[in-house]
Design a protein around this ligand. Structure first.
Ligand SMILES: *[C@@H]1O[C@H](CO)[C@@H](O)[C@H](O)[C@H]1NC(C)=O
Ligand SMILES: *[C@@H]1O[C@H](CO)[C@@H](O)[C@H](O)[C@H]1NC(C)=O
Ligand SMILES: *[C@@H]1O[C@H](CO)[C@@H](O)[C@H](O)[C@H]1NC(C)=O
Ligand SMILES: *[C@@H]1O[C@H](CO)[C@@H](O)[C@H](O)[C@H]1NC(C)=O
Length: 505
């Protein structure tokens, strides 16, 4: 009783402190704040010092991290090599790709056709987990194939000839039972081994795909091979991927701060989100840029493909693009992070009891695991957590009058009584060592490990802040205030951000 009262008192003091600082800041004027911020991170200055109405579509490479999807750097690379007067372009087999030949489609894709198949190439990633290879992520207009013979032409820095290898497999990252339709496209991962020879241990710089029988065709596409070499300082690192953000009419600033701060408290070291021009209100963008500036958030510009005969805004079209970006995010973070979660802004993998973060959670899981007595099993592809809904209960007053209303998750501590079955809407932390393709809710394929593990609800759960499918579940809520273990830290760190952004709490 006494300790509860003390906690309440501490919280009150914290909120008053927050208020005071914000008031002070407002009085000092925003000008000084802007100067101080820009001194720390000059690259974001332009976007940051604009009025809050600055649109994201402002052509600013600083705002969205589009280093390798921006075609500018690709153009420079292709043209610089050609300018060296090398014999590349006169070679009969697999000449160096010319920028002018590339067939762009939309903002982020390059198109390639063979018979009735269309490939929309999106990204290429170096994958040396089993053997050196390049994984190419594409959208293709079939789930079932058959696929024509396809080759990768891999270019290495400083070499005048490509290494050529045949695409080994097309892994479709979609089940037909999730939906399909004429003209639709489906995320697919193609893998090309780096051929044996002196280049085998090097990371290719560029890859082009061609159809045909020998891999010699002139390519009309070229992708940078993405490889973020690990610079890790410690083991067990977590990153989070968020599908493309689309809130054109709703300011989600406060929700985003609470969620991102909680991700950080739980152990995430990087969050990657995708966003299109005009998808967010200026205030939301400004909030996100604060996290970009601090290096916690990577924002990638992303636009869905608009294909004839397909309603771009349809449920199915959004879902297939979502899966594409989750896999892109996974492969980009392959080496720097050990576990990657794909979450929405209303989802939190919450460790329970004495476990307070994902590091402790994974340590606990690893140290107690007997792999169900299966001696063939050394590791799990992913740790998956059961979904449990925390509804809004709009008609009920805020749960706790002392907390500001905009701490949505801290205020919503009534949940439905039952966790969902593990096959329904679970979310996972995927092991970068093993998973090879991901769907939103579970991995679709993995190598060198066992299937995903359904983690006991005694250890952790996936808190989902939305309405349950079954409305009857609303009638028997239970109190679940596990999130309150983070209340003090969460309020404190959020207040720092509110202050930086110049809001009153
Ligand atoms: C393309 O044509 C082949 C052979 O006729 C057929 O089996 C396949 O289903 C077609 N694919 C698409 C996407 O139309
Ligand atoms: C931005 O969002 C914050 C938090 O919801 C709010 O306090 C502030 O008034 C908003 N600013 C504008 C310009 O809408
Ligand atoms: C996770 O929690 C443990 C135990 O509470 C703590 O020692 C550790 O520093 C925390 N790790 C992170 C990354 O927050
Ligand atoms: C509000 O939160 C404090 C601790 O943070 C708690 O002690 C108190 O019981 C809560 N009030 C209500 C009405 O639940």
């Amino acid at each position: 009783m006494v300790s509860k009262f003390l906690r309440l008192l501490k919280l009150l003091v914290l909120i008053i402190a927050c208020y005071t600082v914000v008031l002070l800041l407002v009085h000092l004027g925003r000008h000084r704040g802007a100067v101080r911020r820009s001194a720390r991170a000059p690259f974001i200055k332009k976007a940051y010092s604009k009025p809050a109405t600055a649109p994201l579509q402002e052509k600013s490479d600083n705002v969205v991290d589009d280093d390798d999807h921006g075609w500018q750097s690709l153009r420079r690379l292709l043209q610089s090599n050609r300018g060296q007067g090398s014999p590349l372009s006169s070679d009969k087999c697999a000449p160096f790709p010319r920028y002018a030949d590339l067939l762009f489609e939309g903002e982020n894709f390059q198109r390639m056709r063979e018979g009735n198949l269309s490939y929309y190439l999106f990204g290429a990633y170096y994958d040396r987990r089993l053997e050196p290879m390049v994984a190419v992520l594409a959208m293709i207009n079939t789930i079932y194939g058959p696929y024509p013979p396809t080759y990768c032409q891999m270019w290495f820095d400083g070499s005048s000839r490509p290494s050529i290898s045949q695409v080994r497999d097309h892994k479709v990252i979609w089940y037909d039972s999730w939906g399909q339709g004429p003209n639709y496209i489906y995320p697919t991962l193609l893998s090309c081994p780096v051929p044996k020879g002196q280049m085998m241990q090097r990371v290719p710089q560029l890859v082009s795909l061609v159809h045909g029988t020998d891999g010699c065709a002139r390519a009309t596409n070229a992708l940078h091979v993405i490889y973020e070499a690990p610079r890790r300082s410690h083991a067990l690192r977590f990153a989070v991927c968020v599908k493309d953000l689309y809130y054109p009419h709703r300011d989600i600033s406060a929700r985003i701060v609470e969620w991102l701060e909680l991700m950080q408290l739980l152990g995430a070291e990087r969050v990657t989100a995708y966003v299109d021009d005009g998808a967010l209100l200026p205030n939301t963008t400004r909030t996100l840029l604060r996290y970009v500036q601090h290096g916690f958030l990577k924002l990638r510009r992303f636009r869905m493909l608009q294909l004839p005969g397909v309603d771009a805004t349809s449920y199915l079209n959004k879902r297939v693009h979502e899966v594409l970006t989750y896999n892109d995010c996974f492969y980009r973070n392959l080496y720097e992070y050990d576990f990657i979660g794909g979450f929405d802004l209303d989802e939190v993998i919450m460790p329970l009891g004495t476990i307070r973060n994902w590091t402790s959670l994974v340590h606990h899981l690893e140290s107690t695991d007997d792999f169900g007595g299966n001696s063939n099993c050394q590791a799990w592809a992913s740790y998956c957590f059961r979904n449990v809904y925390f509804p809004e209960y709009r008609e009920k007053p805020p749960y706790n009058e002392t907390l500001p209303k905009h701490f949505y998750m801290l205020q919503h501590v009534r949940r439905v009584a039952k966790h969902l079955h593990p096959s329904l809407a679970a979310k996972c932390l995927h092991a970068t060592a093993f998973a090879t393709t991901l769907h939103n809710h579970f991995p679709l394929s993995w190598q060198n490990s066992c299937a995903p593990l359904d983690v006991s609800t005694a250890l952790a759960q996936m808190q989902h802040y939305r309405e349950p499918e079954n409305k009857a579940d609303l009638l028997t809520p239970v109190l679940d205030d596990n999130i309150w273990r983070f209340e003090e830290q969460l309020v404190k760190s959020s207040c720092v951000v509110f202050r930086e952004l110049g809001w009153s709490p």
